[in-house]
Design a protein around this ligand. Structure first.
Ligand SMILES: *Cc1c(COP(=O)(O)O)cnc(C)c1O
Length: 383
């Protein structure tokens, strides 16, 4: 199932661009649907990973819902055809305008992260004569383990409501006439490649559910967030994450009550492997101790290496030689952090060759900027 690059198609396109393997995305979505079939599990794609319209339409066609973190994302979701009743809206700093837009669109649920936000939603809903369905984002204090992961579930963190404050928040919510509490929401981090933290999360949720029930609330939705990681080092060996084991963790460990739904917000796991950044080699520069491959893509096209010291596999997809050499692969931007890889072993590379930076479908194109007044990367699709 390795990604095959249609080089003939690439000849006609200005580099750098993102290449999306739509078949792989469809296989990934089918796999998710197979793994959740017959279960009260609903997956909402976290659109912040990639809001490319073709990607959104493919995901919508597979029947998934969508998780937004801004008014712009809510608008993009509606524009791509998503049913507003499949839209959830998260984020610590929703503005009045964004809340209004979401209320007008009649979205499924607001994931609320603070008391002032709850009050703002209540007030705006009241003005519109609407009742807003809300879930509270709770900090479960689950460590997603090791510093490599981007943890968001610890209590000293701008996201969510601390566990200890939940009783007060629920009490307040029950007095607000235009608020309907439908669930609890959790999100413990990103690029989580071991499943243990998700099991710990299930245990925490089970305990918390008891408390919430004792306070007289019944919850329809348990939203466990996203964060499932992908294999950046072996994209062809593991093009589709192990969704079966992931969903089984929740199936086997979450204690669900009558009529309850489990919602998931997966971003990276859905779109990372279907995307590659394709770039042309502008120069090969020989220094005294090193040699550099200078590409026409830079951190403005793919910022993860510069921002998180992330590494994307680099492949020379046009080389015909068997010999290999060691290079630093760098972009053209005037920043030292604009480096895609040090001491990369590549086939002997020359000016004009095409390189693919793999596993770039998530947090790639969407984070592109025009720094240095560069053009934004375009996109090419397998079909
Ligand atoms: C970013 C985010 C996600 C998706 O995270 P991935 O690691 O891409 O799966 C899900 N939920 C919330 C609230 C987020 O902020």
């Amino acid at each position: 199932m390795a990604v095959k690059f249609p080089l003939d198609k690439f000849n006609e396109v200005q580099t750098p661009f993102y290449y999306y393997d739509i078949e792989l995305l469809e296989d990934t979505l089918n796999n998710i649907n197979d793994c959740t079939k017959g279960l009260p599990f609903h997956v909402h794609y976290a659109v912040k990973a990639n809001a490319n319209d073709r990607i959104l339409r493919t995901i919508n066609a597979a029947g998934l819902g969508i998780d937004c973190v801004s008014g712009g994302e809510v608008a993009a979701a509606i524009n791509a055809g998503f049913d507003s009743k499949k839209i959830v809206f998260a984020g610590v700093g929703k503005t009045d305008r964004e809340i209004s837009l979401a209320l007008d669109a009649n979205i499924l649920c607001f994931n609320v992260e603070s008391i002032p936000e709850l009050e703002a939603i209540n007030e705006l809903a009241q003005q519109k004569g609407k009742i807003a369905d809300v879930a509270f984002r709770i900090n479960p204090n689950v460590d997603a383990h090791t510093h490599k992961y981007i943890t968001t579930g610890l209590s000293e963190n701008k996201f969510g409501i601390n566990l200890e404050q939940l009783p007060d928040v629920l009490k307040l919510a029950s007095t607000l006439k235009n608020i309907n509490v439908v669930g609890l929401h959790f999100h413990i981090g990103s690029q989580i490649t071991i499943l243990e933290p998700f099991k710990v999360l299930c245990d925490k949720i089970n305990a918390l559910q008891k408390e919430v029930n004792e306070m007289g609330f019944k919850l329809k939705i348990i939203n466990v967030g996203g964060g499932l990681g992908v294999d950046y080092e072996n994209p062809d060996k593991n093009p589709i994450p192990d969704f079966k084991s992931y969903f089984d963790i929740f199936k086997n460990n979450l204690i669900l009550q009558e009529g309850q739904e489990v919602h998931f917000e997966l971003g990276r796991a859905i779109v990372a492997q279907c995307g590659s950044l394709i770039t042309q080699v502008t120069y090969v520069k020989k220094g005294t101790a090193k040699q550099f491959v200078i590409t026409d893509a830079g951190m403005t096209d793919l910022i993860r290496p510069a921002l998180y010291q992330a590494h994307h596999n680099i492949e020379n997809i046009t080389a015909t030689t068997e010999t290999t050499e060691i290079y630093d692969v760098v972009g053209p931007i005037c920043e030292s952090s604009d480096c895609f890889g040090e001491n990369e072993t590549l086939p002997t590379t020359k000016r004009g060759d095409l390189l693919a930076l793999r596993t770039a479908g998530a947090y790639g194109e969407i984070m592109a900027s025009r720094y240095n007044l560069r053009d934004l990367p375009t996109a090419v699709y397998s079909k």
